[in-house]
Design a protein around this ligand. Structure first.
Ligand code: 13P
Ligand code: SF4
Length: 348
């Protein structure tokens, strides 16, 4: 296995050298070491979305999951190709919001004339971003959720946050919005089970989605960590439940987590509640200076679908002209781009 990986790594570097400035490889912090080591740009969802419009290469290879590559394809220039080494690398949370269902539910929630502004976490399909864009809404990431929630409240008389109910509640708490002002929508039976009355009274309506990888962290793990070392720090991603975020010492995007660890004083002991590849990378990077440990080993199987083998095959397909790019449906391009650009402008 190591031999295959070494051969792939060598082949990838040869192909990168051959393609030169025609190629840029970007990767999310949750990528395995064997993939991210080949990336020209690494980042959290916000940084990656921000960097794409500035890339000059003809081919942008995205080491991440489908919604990230779709956003990149939307922000890419005319003639640029965005490639994802495995088109089956989807985000489980993004799959929790089918676009047609969202459209129907939003139609019902706004039928009374209420100006309810949809705010979509970037972990959504392009079709969902298009629905959000058509209703005057925007996209946000975990790095700017607070700013974008404030933005959304200024645009209308309520906000509909989707799909991550945890990120929504963790962000709402920072703005002083309590459970009483919040309603988690029942989206069963094609939206017919929704309590429209309760939704109408709530300032913040939530889609009932979450990330299964971050749902594995619980307060029992934090208590055990603190018992083992009372001086330890615990930091988590805001996709964790509000109980976990409240019990931790800090919560933020993957870039926040990286900065927290890198800026921690020598000798610190930090437990991190997020995807295991990032935690292990930080532990290796800081070995000898800090102790970085996972709160629990929780892996995103979709992020793991990008391998040195399929990255190599993707680069080969660019060279031989058979690459299959990520496409953007014509009818969704303008409204989805509007939703993304509202975020980029609000957070410029
Ligand atoms: P970040 O935006 O913090 O990188 O997170 C993306 C993600 O999918 C977390 O699960
Ligand atoms: Fe989606 Fe969760 Fe994986 Fe992030 S960690 S890509 S939210 S399934």
């Amino acid at each position: 296995m190591t031999q295959i990986t070494d051969n792939d790594a060598r082949a990838i570097e040869e192909l990168r050298a051959r393609l030169g400035s025609r190629l840029t490889i970007v990767g999310h912090h949750y990528q395995r070491e064997e993939a991210i080591r080949h990336c020209d740009i690494r980042g959290d969802s916000l940084e990656l979305a921000r960097r794409v419009p500035g890339i000059d290469a003809d081919h942008i290879v995205f080491c991440g999951v489908y919604f990230m590559a779709e956003s990149a394809a939307l922000l890419a220039r005319e003639g640029q190709q965005v490639l994802l080494p495995d088109h089956g690398a989807d985000c489980v949370m993004a799959q929790m919001t089918p676009a047609a269902l969202l459209d129907r539910v939003l139609g019902r929630l706004t039928a009374s004339g209420r100006k309810l502004i949809p705010l979509a976490y970037v972990n959504t399909s392009l079709a969902v971003k298009a629905v959000v864009g058509r209703y005057g809404g925007a996209v946000c990431t975990s790095a700017n959720a607070e700013k974008m929630l404030n933005w959304a409240f200024r645009q209308g008389d309520g906000v509909f946050f989707l799909p991550d109910k945890n990120l929504a509640r963790n962000t709402a708490r920072k703005l002083g919005i309590t459970g009483r002002d919040t309603h988690i929508l029942d989206v069963r039976r094609a939206g017919d089970a929704a309590d429209l009355d309760a939704a109408d009274k709530a300032a913040l309506v939530l889609w009932p989605g979450l990330c299964a990888i971050h749902a594995r962290f619980n307060t029992g793990l934090i208590e055990a960590a603190r018992q083992a070392d009372p001086s330890c720090k615990v930091i988590v991603h805001p996709e964790c439940s509000p109980e976990v975020v409240r019990a931790s010492d800090g919560a933020g995007s993957t870039s926040y987590i990286i900065d927290y660890v890198r800026n921690a004083p020598d000798g610190s002991h930090i437990y991190v509640g997020t995807e295991i590849n990032l935690v292990e990378r930080l532990a290796r990077e800081q070995a000898g200076r800090l102790r970085v440990e996972p709160l629990r080993a929780s892996a995103c199987s979709n992020m793991a679908k990008i391998t040195p083998e399929n990255l190599r095959r993707t680069l080969e397909s660019i060279v031989d002209g058979t690459a299959v790019p990520v496409t953007v449906p014509q009818e969704d391009a303008a409204p989805a781009k509007a939703a993304l650009e509202r975020m980029l402008e609000a957070c410029a």
